[in-house]
Design a protein around this ligand. Structure first.
Ligand code: ATP
Ligand code: MG
Length: 652
C-alpha cells in the first residue's frame, strides 16, 4: 500500500440485534470484555482452567524473548485426554461425538466411549510402528473418522502431526513430508469425491520416491473405498484394519509440557511458498476451547455442531477436532462436496441431524446463492440457531442471504477473522452480545488485542483504513515457522515493531468496529487512492444479477492501476446482454463513488480458487496484465484459467 490510507467507501447501514432468548442464556456476556480488559493474563489463566491439567500451570505468559512466546509453560496436560477421556470419566461416554456422513450415504455415529477406544488403539498401533514422542507424522486422509482418530492418537503420544489436504498432489505432499521430516504417513486407499471414488495412496507412493522423504518408515493405510487395486510396498505399508484393530483398547495418556509441539500445518498457499506453522499444546487448546464455547455459544448437551471445513485446514483442526471435542460437543463430519448428489445435500444433512450451529466459508455461501433460494427452502432448517463464516471477507449481500435463507432471518451470523497462524478465532461478534453488521468481523474477542495502523504504525482514527495488527501475544499464536525462526521474524514481526502484522487490510468504522478489506497485496492503487478489492467485490455482489466477483488492479498508464472485475452471474442471467457491463459499472459507481468504477468487467463461468475455496487474485492479475501465469499448483482446477484466458479478448 502507498502512504495514502485505505479509502473507506462502503456504507452498510443494516444492523441485527442478538435474539433475546439467546442473549439471556448466552455462554459469554459483555462482562467478559471488561474482565479481560482489567486483567488480560488473569482472564486467560481462568480460561486455561476449562482444561484438565495433570500439573496446573502457575505461570501464564513468558514474553521474555519476544516474539517467541511461552504460555502456561510449567503446566502439563494431554490433549487427547482433554478431548476424549475426561468426557467419558464425567459420565458422558454415551454422548455422540461424531455423526459421520459419507458422500455415498454411509453413516457412522461414534460416542465418546467409542472414540476413547479407537484413539487408544490407534495410539498403540503408532507405538508398535516405532513412533516416539516428538516424531512427526504426516496425515493425508479424506474426511473420514480415521482422520480425527489419527490426529488424536498422535496428540496422545506427543507425536506432532502434519496434515496435508487430501486434494493436494504428490509434489505438495513430498515437500511437506520433507520439510517436517515425517517418519510415518497415514493415508487411505482413497475417498469419495463428487460421486466417485478417488485414489489417494498412489500420490503417497509417488511422493515417497522424491528426495528428502527417505525417513518415512511406515505408511498406515485406511481402507475406505476398497475399490482400487492398491500398490503395496512390503515392509513399509500396513493396513489400518490389520494393525489398529488388534491393539489393546487401553492406553494411558502421558502428560506433556504445555509448550510441547502439537502440530505443524502449512498455510494454504494463496500468496506463495507454504509456511510450516507450528502450534503447541496448552495455549492452543485453551484458546480453541474458549473461542468455540464463546463464539458459537455451544451447549454440549443439546447442540449439534457442524463445521464444513476439511480437517486438512486450520479451521478443521481447531473447529472440527480440538475446539469441539475439548468441549464435549456432538458434531457432524461430512466427507463430500455440497452438491453431491444434489445441490441440497448440506441442507438435507442439517435436517437429518438437527444441526444447531453451522460454520462455513463465504465461497460456499456464494455458491448456494448462485444455485438459488429454492434449494434450501425445501428443507427444514429450523434447528439452526447460530451461523458462522470464515476464510475470506464475507460480502454483506452474502451475509444477509445466509441469515435470511439459511437462518430464517432469526439466527445471528458470526463473521470470524483468524488465520492458520493465530490458531483460533481472534475477531468476531459474540452471538449473545454483539449487534451485528453484515460484512464486518467487528470486535476482537475478550483477551485479544487487535487494531488498524497506518504505514508509520500509528493507529488510524475511526472511519479510516490501513493494516490489521495484533498488539499483544495470545495463547494459540504460532510459536514459529517450523525450522525457520528468521522467516517467522521477517514475515510477521518486522513490518511494525512489537506488533504482529497479519498481512490483511482493514478499516475501523465510526463505531470503531473492524472490517476486513482483503490481503494487503491485493489492495489497488487508483489515481492516488488505495481501494480495497473486497469493497468493489461486495458492491458487485450487491447487484441482483451477480453471484460472485473477483477484483484486481491491473497496471494502467493513466491511473497507476485500473480496476478489473471478473464476475459470475446468478442463474438465468444472460452473459451476452449488451447493456450488462455498463449496468454493473454504474451500480458500483453508485455504491462506492466514481473512483471505484471498474474499467473492465468480464463475466466468467468460474473463478480460480485455492483448494480451501479462496479466490486467487494474483492469477487474475496475471491475466489482466497479459502475463504468463504464476504458480498454479494450489488451484482446485487449473482449467479454469484456460477458460478465462480464452474469453479475454472480448473484454472491453
Ligand atoms: P497463505 O498465508 O499461504 O497465503 P491463507 O492466508 O489463505 O494462505 P489461512 O491461514 O487459511 O491461509 O487464511 C487466513 C486468511 O484468510 C486471513 O489472513 C484473511 O486474509 C482471510 N480471512 C480469514 N477469515 C476471514 C474473515 N472472517 N474475514 C476476512 N478475511 C478472512
Ligand atoms: Mg495467510
Amino acid at each position: 500500500m502507498s502512504n495514502e490510507s485505505l479509502a473507506n467507501l462502503l456504507k452498510e447501514e443494516r444492523r441485527f440485534a442478538p435474539p433475546a432468548e439467546l442473549a439471556a442464556a448466552a455462554n459469554v456476556t459483555a462482562e467478559a470484555y471488561e474482565q479481560a480488559k482489567a486483567d488480560r493474563l488473569g482472564f486467560w489463566a481462568e480460561q486455561a482452567r476449562r482444561l484438565s491439567w495433570e500439573t496446573a500451570p502457575t505461570e501464564t505468559l513468558d514474553w521474555s524473548n519476544p516474539p517467541f512466546a511461552k504460555w502456561f509453560a510449567d503446566g502439563k496436560l494431554n490433549v487427547a485426554y482433554n478431548c476424549v477421556d475426561r468426557h467419558v470419566e464425567n459420565g458422558n461416554g454415551d454422548r455422540v461425538a461424531i455423526h459421520f456422513e459419507g458422500e455415498p450415504g454411509d453413516t457412522r455415529s461414534i460416542t465418546y466411549a467409542e472414540l476413547q477406544r479407537e484413539v487408544s488403539k490407534a495410539a498403540n498401533a503408532l507405538i508398535e510402528l516405532g513412533v516416539e514422542t516428538g516424531d512427526r507424522v504426516a496425515i493425508y486422509l479424506p474426511m473420514i473418522p480415521e482422520a480425527v482418530i489419527a490426529m488424536l492418537a498422535c496428540a496422545r503420544i506427543g507425536a506432532p502431526h502434519s496434515l496435508v489436504f487430501g486434494g493436494f498432489s504428490a509434489d505438495a505432499l513430498a515437500t511437506r513430508i520433507h520439510d517436517a521430516d515425517a517418519r510415518v504417513v497415514i493415508t487411505a486407499d482413497g475417498g469419495y469425491r463428487r460421486g466417485k471414488p478417488s485414489a489417494l495412496k498412489p500420490a503417497v507412493d509417488e511422493a515417497l520416491t522424491r528426495p528428502g522423504t527417505e525417513n518415512v518408515r511406515s505408511v498406515l493405510v485406511v481402507r475406505r473405498t476398497g475399490q482400487e487395486d492398491v500398490a503395496w510396498t512390503e515392509g513399509r505399508d500396513v493396513w489400518w484394519h490389520e494393525i489398529v484393530e488388534r491393539q489393546s483398547e487401553a492406553h494411558t495418556p502421558e502428560a506433556f509440557d504445555a509448550e510441547h509441539p502439537l502440530f505443524i500445518l502449512y498455510t494454504s498457499g494463496t500468496t506463495g511458498k507454504p509456511k510450516g506453522i507450528l502450534h503447541t499444546t496448552g495455549g492452543y487448546l485453551t484458546q480453541v476451547s474458549y473461542t468455540h464455547h464463546a463464539v458459537f455459544d455451544l451447549k454440549p448437551e443439546t447442540d449439534v455442531f457442524w463445521c464444513t471445513a476439511d480437517v486438512g485446514w486450520v479451521t478443521g483442526h481447531s473447529y472440527i477436532v480440538y475446539g469441539p471435542l475439548s468441549n464435549g460437543a456432538t458434531e457432524v463430519l461430512y466427507e463430500g462436496t455440497p452438491d453431491t448428489p444434489h445441490q441440497g445435500r448440506w441442507w438435507e444433512i442439517v435436517q437429518k441431524y438437527g444441526v444447531t450451529i453451522l460454520y462455513t466459508a463465504p465461497t460456499a455461501i456464494r455458491a448456494c446463492m448462485k444455485w438459488g433460494d429454492d434449494i434450501p427452502a425445501k428443507f427444514d432448517l429450523s434447528s439452526l440457531r447460530v451461523l458462522g463464516s470464515v476464510g475470506e471477507p464475507i460480502n454483506p449481500e452474502a451475509w444477509v442471504w445466509y441469515r435470511k435463507h439459511i437462518g430464517a432471518d432469526r439466527t445471528p451470523v458470526v463473521d470470524t477473522w483468524w488465520q492458520t497462524e493465530t490458531g483460533g478465532i481472534m475477531i468476531s461478534p459474540l452471538p449473545g452480545v454483539t449487534e451485528t453488521k453484515p460484512g464486518s468481523a467487528q470486535v476482537a474477542l475478550p483477551g485479544i488485542a487487535a487494531t488498524v495502523v497506518d504505514d508509520d504504525a500509528n493507529e488510524v482514527p475511526d472511519g479510516s483504513g490501513g493494516y490489521l495488527v495484533l498488539t499483544e501475544p495470545w495463547p494459540s499464536m504460532l510459536r514459529t515457522i517450523w525450522g525457520d525462526d528468521q522467516r517467522y521474524l521477517d514475515t510477521y514481526w518486522s513490518r511494525f515493531e512489537n506488533r504482529y502484522f497479519a498481512g490483511d487490510g482493514a478499516k475501523k468504522d465510526e463505531d470503531g468496529d473492524i472490517w476486513l478489506l482483503g490481503r494487503v497485496d491485493d489492495v489497488m492503487l487508483v489515481s492516488g487512492h488505495n481501494i480495497s478489492t473486497t469493497e468493489v467485490e461486495s458492491a458487485l455482489v450487491s447487484h441482483p444479477k451477480v453471484a460472485e466477483a473477483a477484483v484486481v488492479g491491473a497496471t494502467d498508464p493513466q491511473t497507476t492501476q485500473a480496476i478489473c472485475a471478473f464476475v459470475i452471474l446468478r442463474g438465468g442471467v444472460d452473459a451476452e446482454d449488451a447493456g450488462l457491463v455498463e449496468e454493473l459499472r454504474a451500480h458500483v459507481g453508485k455504491q462506492l463513488g466514481p473512483i471505484a468504477k471498474p474499467k473492465r468487467i468480464l463475466p466468467v463461468a468460474e473463478l480460480p480458487k485455492t483448494r480451501s475455496g479462496k479466490i486467487m487474485r494474483r492469477l487474475l492479475r496475471d491475466v489482466a496484465e497479459n502475463r504468463t501465469l504464476g504458480d498454479v499448483t494450489t488451484l482446485t482446477d487449473s482449467s479454469v484459467m484456460d477458460l478465462i484466458q480464452a474469453k479475454l479478448p472480448a473484454a472491453g
